[in-house]
Write a protein that binds this ligand. Structure first.
Ligand code: 4AD
Ligand code: MG
Length: 431
């Protein structure tokens, strides 16, 4: 008799009568008459194994096995429509690799408790399904940029001046010397690197000291950022919509099972195809006013306003031309309209809101220095960034995609903390 090690997904495809050895963790255990039903979980799925009483000493082992114990089981595949996946393994050998202590997670566990015990909750089928989608999203981002001729680069996380405004900067003690912060965005370094590689991107964490508790803010999030020389706002919008459509297409191809497990409405994702609608900030304000929402031209749009706007669209959509004061200093002013910038956000539908921010950058040295001063900042803090405008400056544009928010939307989650294995928020840095 020969047994081969197989994954549970493979075991569930074997014809009846095949011999197989699977290993994994005990997902469920139930005694029924003279049989022990032990459902085993591995990274590919779950499978029911059946240990019959009287046959061997293995019955006692199976009878007393605890949830999350690591086991290795040999047996014969048998069709059974009642079993998950339609097959079970009739056990001939039941080996305990490591017996688990009583597992602390039960069906009645609160959300808070599941976060305290996240290091164990990551084993749940829900989390596993989300991580698989997340994996596809990261892969797709790298594949997209690679196919489009972008170079991947790496930028520092310790920085000395704010990119996205001082309010959300994390200060770090750096040998007690000068002030150092955790980066909010790799954008400025990408801007330096376009003069070497022209088209660059990076996938890295960004940090924001977000004091508000919302469903879509982490203090440490994953950021996919791109920057291209010779590009204007509209060139970048094209890249953004292609990237998003490609990510969604890949998830639909590779994660059918996971989306089904998460009860995600697939039809909403199937429509995510370019071109995405584009509305100006001014149109967005008018839309909101017609909906009876109190907003004034000039304010940035918050989560509530964005949610209201997403009701008007079936797929992701762009809002372009944000007012000068509503966006960070580096955005280029629209030469046709000095009140607004050549910036755009991409909003995900179904209430999710902003997943991308980006636009065209100021390429002129004097314009940049003026803007830095207008924003009450000190040009001395941005010396090297200003330098880039002294030596062969060219038109350029870029954007940043919040990957965790993208996963949240694609998976249809109601909170961003479930989109990342170990979330960092204002209240949580453990485990
Ligand atoms: O709109 P943001 O602040 O833009 C930038 O950082 C630019 N420098 C990017 C660039 O042009 N290279 O952030 C970009 C995206 C947001 O649209 C959002 O999806 C995500 O990053 N994001 C967050 N995600 C989770 N938690 C937070 N606290 C986030 N802050 C921003
Ligand atoms: Mg933004």
């Amino acid at each position: 008799m020969s047994f081969t090690n197989v994954s549970i997904r493979e075991a569930l495809q074997l014809p009846e009568g095949s011999k197989a050895r699977i290993r994994g963790w005990v997902y469920r255990r139930r005694i029924y008459g003279d049989k022990a039903f032990v459902v085993v979980r591995d990274s590919t799925g779950i499978m029911q194994t059946v240990v019959a009483k009287g046959s061997t000493i293995d019955f006692e082992k199976a009878e007393n096995i605890t949830i999350e114990s690591a086991i290795e089981v040999e047996g014969t595949v048998k069709n059974d429509p009642r079993a998950p996946g339609g097959k079970e393994l009739r056990v001939t050998s039941f080996k305990i690799i490591s017996k688990a202590e009583p597992f602390p997670i039960t069906a009645s566990a609160s959300r808070e408790f599941l976060l305290d015990i996240r290091h164990l909750w990551v084993r749940s089928r829900k989390m596993t399904a989300i991580f698989k989608v997340r994996n596809t999203v990261f892969r797709a981002i790298h594949d997209y940029f690679k196919n489009k001729g972008y170079y991947e680069v790496q930028c520092p996380m310790f920085i000395t001046a704010a990119v996205e405004g001082g309010a959300t900067l994390f200060e770090v003690d750096y040998f007690g010397e000068k002030k150092v912060y955790l980066t909010q965005s790799s954008q400025f370094y990408l801007e330096a690197l376009i003069y070497s590689l022209e088209k660059v991107y990076t996938v890295a964490p960004s940090f924001r000291a977000e004091k508000s508790r919302t469903r879509r803010h982490l203090t440490e999030f994953w950021h996919a950022e791109a920057e291209a020389a010779w590009a204007g706002l509209n060139d970048m919008l094209k890249v953004e919509e292609e990237l998003i459509a490609y990510i969604v297409e890949r998830v639909l191809e590779e994660n059918q099972q996971e989306l089904e497990f998460l009860k995600r409405d697939i039809s909403a994702l199937e429509g995510v195809k370019p071109p995405f609608p584009r509305i100006s900030y001014t149109e967005a304000i008018e839309m909101l006013k017609r909906k009876g929402i109190k907003v004034e031209w000039g304010e940035d749009l918050g989560a509530d306003e964005e949610r209201a706007l997403t009701q008007e669209f079936e797929k992701p959509f762009f809002i372009y031309g944000y007012p000068v004061k509503a966006k960070a200093f580096y955005h280029k002013t629209d030469p046709q309209n000095p009140k607004v910038t050549l910036s755009a956000d991409l909003l995900a539908p179904e209430g999710y809101g902003e997943i991308i921010g980006g636009g065209e950058r100021i390429a002129d040295k004097n314009e940049l220095i003026r803007k830095i001063k207008d924003f009450g900042l000190n040009p001395d803090d941005y010396q090297w960034y200003i330098d880039l405008r002294k030596y062969g400056s060219v038109q350029h544009a870029g954007f940043g995609l919040g990957i965790d928010r993208t996963v949240m939307w694609i998976c249809g989650l109601d909170h961003i903390i479930d989109a990342i294995p170990f979330p960092r928020t204002i209240r949580r840095i453990y485990p």
